[in-house]
Design a protein around this ligand. Sequence first.
Ligand code: NAD
Length: 377
Amino acid sequence: MPPEPEFVITDLLPAGIERVLVTGGAGFIGGAVVRRLLRDTTAAVFNLDKVGYASDLTSIGPNPRHQLLKVDLADAAATAEAVRVADPDLVMHLAAESHVDRSIDGPGAFIESNVTGSFNLLQAVRTHWEALASERQERFRFHHISTDEVFGSLGPEGRFSETTPYDPRSPYSASKAASDHLVSAWHHTYGLPVVLTNCSNNYGPWQFPEKLIPVVILKAAAGEPIPLYGDGANVRDWLYVEDHVEALLLAATRGRLGQSYCVGGAGDHGSPSERTNKQVVEAICSLMDQLRPEGAPHGRLITPVTDRPGHDRRYAIDAAKITIELGWRPGHSFEEGLGATVRWYLDNLAWCGRVQAQAGYQGQRIGTRAAASQPPA
Ligand code: NAD
């Protein structure tokens, strides 16, 4: 076995970054960030998470350098106390309600977590940063993790970049756009040293099974109808979660202050990671045909269903800035990442069943506005 390249381990965090506060570290992407920090650095990792329906800490496991701070960002006093306990050199803010379909049925939770929660965190972090001794204050950074969905919907041509005007169209993307604006405002008004990233759709192991890729794998594995929204022609730019983590750590530690970086599967080689939902579903079905031939052809399970209200047509990212400035490129093709993901879910069906049962979610359709049209309970 070749030795691990040393630069990865020593360079991941610059000297002096010893305490990292990750918010949302019990979720899909935050969990991958926490695992990477625990594996490849010596930093103490504080994981602020309310431990909601999509949370699970199995992937992190016990580690003396990991401390869960079970806090809801909507609670300003608890958030301030968590920041005081963590006493961070770096904050990576991933905590958010993240599922567009749920934001259609219940937008209030998205405003509370993503807007008020980000505001409470910014206030607590600002107090912390202003009180730091000058050397630590100089090093300190706040990294806000956002989505390409804030830019709205593209036609068949073009890609989102850092200069694309914001045009959010779902309650989820509007709440994320609001939090992006708050973060920029705290930089311009109070001088808080911030970096932002806006990433395209992620996929990979440990994603709560309510989003497209895990839902399709689980439906195919169970021999159940695989829902395909609308005409299936909506396009997303897919990025393997470990490649996103790499981009996040680079942006958090090396990104220029006050700047945002778009992150997507395309790198600087066109857009090989763009797929229609129909292509994604068909690719999963053909992997399932190889891995579970007894259920083949899984494509027979694909069932068109009514489209998501306001379903954005196309997202695609121009990641030239992070590639040129920070040397980031995605390390996995869509085919590699998808193959690894399908195999992981098939090997971890028991975990999927457990987290779905905990969340009271069994793969049923949500976000059709049926719930939203009912009076509040
Ligand atoms: P996730 O839903 O898997 O995890 C989010 C975590 O945040 C959960 O553990 C949840 O408990 C926690 N959280 C939510 N509200 C909270 C609150 N008020 N207080 C404390 N904790 C709270 O989401 P994810 O897919 O890992 O996304 C993480 C971040 O990355 C989000 O900010 C999301 O907008 C962004 N993002 C996600 C994608 C994607 O494809 N999943 C793409 C681009 C950006």
